[in-house]
Design a protein around this ligand. Structure first.
Ligand code: DC
Length: 219
């Protein structure tokens, strides 16, 4: 199997690069962040008491499907792709991703997908925990100020509204801290991952490098 694990902090261009690389290589793009967001959305919607969160997670029916090369995540039958990109869900996803019950629920889902398909899977713990034997491991990062600038640009293009770059950088730094300091499966570079600092790279250069590494390792 061709298996590419791509980890790194928010806003480093991971998902854009992974999506384009998957297309160029003719394999599946698997967005694990969307799965954590979907669970967070499910918890926010059910609004359980603090001591009932674990039971709520166990009860959530989370399914992933690929339709015309697009990943869809369903929570209790609802396709949640259109509602999981809000700041509220982003913050909740980062918080709930620290719960063992949430990570356990998704680990099997993610490993099964990688057994079924050739994949570029992006996340925080793919090269370290989910797919420790992945053929290619890439840790994509960029300077936080540059990541905030890119995120602001993307939001401005999507919403047509001017964004506060400093506020976005603060939010990115907070998420980085939480994702990297949690006890379970923290964001970190796997020992055998290639470090790709994209601060001064164009997206085309990043995609070309991901494809080059993947093809070299698969040969
Ligand atoms: O990549 P993203 O921003 O969509 O991810 C949302 C949150 O989910 C992120 O703050 C951390 C968490 N996450 C994780 O803990 N492990 C993953 N493999 C992917 C995402």
């Amino acid at each position: 199997m061709m298996t590419i694990a791509m980890d790194g902090p928010a806003g480093a261009g991971k998902s854009t690069a992974a999506k384009l690389a998957a297309k160029a290589l003719g394999i599946h793009y698997v967005d694990t962040g969307a799965m954590y967001r979907a669970i967070a959305y499910g918890i926010l919607t059910a609004a359980p008491a603090d001591d009932a969160v674990e039971a709520c997670v166990r009860d959530l029916d989370v399914r992933v499907d690929y339709i015309e090369d697009e990943q869809h995540v369903y929570v209790n039958g609802e396709d949640v792709m259109g509602v999981i990109r809000t700041p509220e869900v982003s913050a909740a996803a980062s918080r709930y991703a620290a719960l063992p019950v949430v990570r356990e629920k998704l680990l099997g889902v993610q490993r099964t997908i990688a057994e079924q398909f050739d994949v570029v899977m992006d996340g925080r713990d793919i090269g370290t925990v989910v797919l420790p034997h992945a053929e290619t491991k890439i840790f994509i990062t960029a300077d936080p100020a540059e990541r905030a600038r890119r995120r602001a640009l993307e939001l401005e293009q999507r919403t047509g509204e001017k964004q506060d770059v400093d506020a976005i950088e603060k939010e990115i730094r907070e998420r980085d801290y939480r994702d990297s300091h949690r006890e379970i499966a923290p964001l970190k570079q796997a020992d055998d991952a290639v470090l790709l600092d994209t601060t001064h790279m164009s997206i085309e250069e990043v995609v070309a490098e991901v494809c080059r590494l993947a093809r070299a390792n698969h040969a």
